[in-house]
Design a protein around this ligand. Structure first.
Ligand code: SIN
Length: 188
């Protein structure tokens, strides 16, 4: 059986495993939010960064990419790799993935997606909602082994625009981070 993986965050521009096909599309019933804390990639336990997770949202869709992995050895390597990389995400879901805007027939059924739930018991790094100003301040200061948190945000914004997706939440946070950075430059 072929494995399909849905990427809606850094998996869009930094895949890290072998795949046979990449499709642009969306999943239904979720929206992308910067509510997941990252202490292993884009922050530290002292200063957690913010990365994206999915929040259930009726009537909404989340755009991203689907990766098809066919060969047995590639599937095993991808899963081993993702289980480490996405270890701060406490849930795995298998959902439908669509490529056509009518959303009638899924292009892929049962695509794997990693989610950081809002349950603080199973997802101890969950940060949850905050004002854009507060989230942006965190993003400006946080940095982890995978690099500055702001780079993650800006790369995601760019990767989504390249897919043709204007994600209002991502763009509002990126604008707020740019505003803070330009103020800091004026002061120093
Ligand atoms: C994803 O990319 O699909 C998961 C979230 C992330 O690693 O940024």
């Amino acid at each position: 059986m072929v494995l399909w993986v849905f990427g809606y965050g850094s998996l869009i521009w930094n895949t890290g495993f072998h795949y046979d096909e990449r499709l642009v599309g969306y999943i239904e019933g979720y929206h992308r939010v910067f509510y997941q804390g990252s202490t292993d990639h884009r922050g530290t336990p002292e200063y957690p960064g913010r990365t994206v997770t999915l929040q259930p949202a009726e009537e909404e869709v989340c755009w991203g990419v689907a990766y098809k992995i066919s060969k047995e050895e590639d599937k095993q390597a991808a899963i081993s790799y993702l289980e480490v990389r996405e270890k701060q995400y406490d849930q795995k879901a298998y959902v439908d993935f669509f490529t056509d805007s009518s959303g009638s027939t899924p292009a892929v059924s049962g695509i794997l997606v990693y989610i950081g739930s809002s349950d603080k018991k199973s997802n101890k790094n969950y940060l949850g909602p905050a004002s854009f100003e507060e989230m942006a301040k965190q993003v400006v200061t946080a940095e982890g082994p995978s690099g500055p948190n702001r780079d993650y945000l800006f790369q995601l914004e760019k990767a989504l625009l390249q897919l043709g997706c204007k994600d209002a939440h991502v763009m509002a946070l990126a604008d707020e981070v740019r505003r803070i950075l330009s103020q800091d430059r004026k002061i120093s």
